[in-house]
Design a protein around this ligand. Structure first.
Ligand code: URA
Length: 240
């Protein structure tokens, strides 16, 4: 890979910024100052440093986003701002063009969304066979009766071939619940509440598998997953 491409992918700067940094002698390859943008490097063998810090090449990147309402879970959209636009506004790496959201949250839903270029992990997290747990904080129109709770926990008719799989409900207050489901049907939480003659007023995803939303992230903010978070997430869903 060309050195300037590598530095861009590591989010050091745009191609032209990287060229300037090389000229300033801030980058070295295997201990030698490197000034040529077209120097070929082997990302698995060569050690590249920037301002004395070693840059570790990663093929895959993983970001946790606190999705705000009003933004769509897509890579491109003709009308609305997308979750990838939020990344683009801050990252210069070309890798951003390969990043996509793992599953979808509705435009008005907030909370945890994983963004990555790792298609294999995304596939496994979304596979219906894996039954990955997703937990939501839900504000509802009216209090749930004991029968409603029982129905939601056992499975409800949302107009699909089969009832929803058993869910877990924690009642937080009269009009607030925490709901954990193991499927990802279109508008599933809203349809489940409608099935018990209720309505979702506000929806926020709190977790997906072992990955828990970092509540210090403001709406619209994102951060890289920590190595331990990623490892736990992968372990939680197994190999294939
Ligand atoms: N269920 C919904 O109804 N909407 C979401 O965004 C996620 C789950």
């Amino acid at each position: 890979m060309r050195l300037d491409k590598f530095l861009c992918e590591m989010n050091i700067g745009t191609r032209s910024q990287v060229k300037a940094l090389l000229k300033q002698g801030l980058v070295s390859v295997n201990g030698q100052t490197a000034v040529k943008p077209d120097l070929q490097i082997n990302t698995t063998v060569d050690q590249v440093t920037y301002r004395g810090e070693v840059l570790f090449y990663e093929e895959f990147v993983y970001y946790m986003l606190n999705k705000p309402a009003g933004v769509v879970s897509a890579t491109e959209d003709n009308h609305d701002r997308t979750v990838i636009d939020l990344l683009r506004e801050e990252l210069v790496t070309n890798l951003v063009n390969d990043i996509f959201p793992v599953g979808r949250l509705d435009k008005d839903t907030e909370g945890l969304l994983l963004l990555t270029n790792d298609g294999d992990l995304a596939h496994r997290l979304l596979s219906p066979r894996k039954h990955v747990e997703k937990t939501y904080y839900v504000q509802i129109e009216k209090e749930l009766s004991p029968e409603d709770l029982q129905a939601l926990e056992a499975g409800v008719d949302i107009g699909e071939d089969q009832y929803t799989l058993p869910a877990r409900v924690s009642v937080l207050s009269e009009r607030e619940i925490r709901l954990t489901i193991t499927e990802g049907k279109f508008h599933q939480v809203k349809r489940m509440l409608r099935a018990v003659d209720n309505q979702v007023l506000y929806l926020k995803r709190l977790s997906m598998g072992t990955l828990v939303l970092d509540e210090t992230l403001e709406k619209g903010q994102f951060r890289r997953l920590h190595a331990a978070e990623l490892q736990k997430l992968k372990e939680g869903i197994g190999r294939c």
